[in-house]
Design a protein around this ligand. Sequence first.
Ligand SMILES: *Cc1c(COP(=O)(O)O)cnc(C)c1O
Ligand SMILES: [Zn+2]
Length: 386
Amino acid sequence: MTHSVLKCHYCGAEYTIDRNIYTCDKCGNILDVYHYDMEYSLTGLKGVWKYKNLIHPGINEGTIISKGEGNTNLYSNSRISEFSGIDKIFLKHEGENPTGSFKDRGMTVAVSEAMRLKFNKTLCASTGNTSAAAASYSSFAGIESYVIIPEKNISANKLFQAIAYGANIVDIEGDFDSAMDNVRKTIAKRNDFYVLNSLNPWRIEGQKTIIYEIMEKIKPDFITFPAGNLGNTSAFGKALMDLKSLGVIDDVPRLVAIQAEGASPFYNYINGKQESIIPVKAETIASAIKIGNPVNYKKAKRSLEFTRGIVEKVSDDQIMEAKRAIDRAGIGCEPASAAAVAGVKKLRDAGIMHKGDTVASILTGHILKDVSIIPEHKTLRISDIF
Ligand SMILES: *Cc1c(COP(=O)(O)O)cnc(C)c1O
Ligand SMILES: [Zn+2]
């Protein structure tokens, strides 16, 4: 029988999953969910919960809070191949999830866990998509959500979602990093909120399923994605460790985390071989990855080590150029997501990726998530065409 615990990767301490803790009592590092005697067997459920035995084997199916997340499309398109210089590039569209971003995959697991632990309030800091997902899943489960939002730093569309889904909005001066500080201070003082940021290890479990789905369909050499708070970077490495250790895959694709130039502390940390991460004041058009002090950097480093991964950075201009190509291909995504493809082009130009490689790029959010910038466009008059 599989048995799940909360485990500290760094000092080995273990805790029961019935405790509401996110960091190790002994050394302060962020905990992982660890499944003893895990088996690769798929359930008859759809999407994320098809992989229940790899993410939360012990939870009772009847208590799962799900809106049908996961099972997103993997697109190939000649315009994207042309733009990136890679023939076999596939775009995994996480904008197709119920609230429009991959955050739903983690949220279905974390909110199910909030219910299992009998919480009636959730809390998160957010650049936007986490709050939209937290608000939706909490309300769907019938509990209250509190979202700490740097209102001047979030897209109106995402704020709209959080308000409409019924979240309690806590507006702060400052940026995402100060919102996250507020979450950490709150949970240090009180234990009545269930935290839905990616320091919650159950969110990481849910986000692993992006990789399971990709690896079921193709054998990529590289998997690229935008990186902010590094929850996905952590989850993707963990997913590949699962598949490798269970004998499901032989070859491990290289993870490629792409940061925005103005918000690239992880790039500096890895490529500069720094002892610890040095926080920066984040600045980028891609608000979902406008994060200067990522909480998951240690777990993310472990993912890179396991996969011989790469961290790259791209400029806002490169992000918007890639977004135009993705949008014009009829696929579409929000600005942060386009960093995944901008990074492919940059690494192809640098000779690190090659035309014949197979690449999967993850589009993290929907095209309607941030419509503050209406693209330049020609307008026609009726008399021009008829
Ligand atoms: C949250 C988010 C990211 C960043 O993901 P991390 O796991 O925090 O690195 C990227 N893109 C979009 C659209 C997001 O919502
Ligand atoms: Zn520890």
